[in-house]
Ligand binder design. Sequence first.
Ligand SMILES: [Zn+2]
Length: 71
Amino acid sequence: MSDLTASPPFKPRPVRCPACTGNSLYSPANPYRPFCSARCKGVDLGAWASEEFKLPDDTPPDETFGDPRLQ
Ligand SMILES: [Zn+2]
């Protein structure tokens, strides 16, 4: 009697998408796991990138940094 029920090492289970907090499936069939879609994965990475590279470009020059010798 063969009772070898090969249990899959990776059992798909429902998870919450970190990007849209929607329903996602953590499974080998979902290459974007734990995200629900490529868009959510891209949005998350894009947010990180834009947050890293975005620098305030409207900082006014500080007048206090004048030449001390002029005093
Ligand atoms: Zn999502």
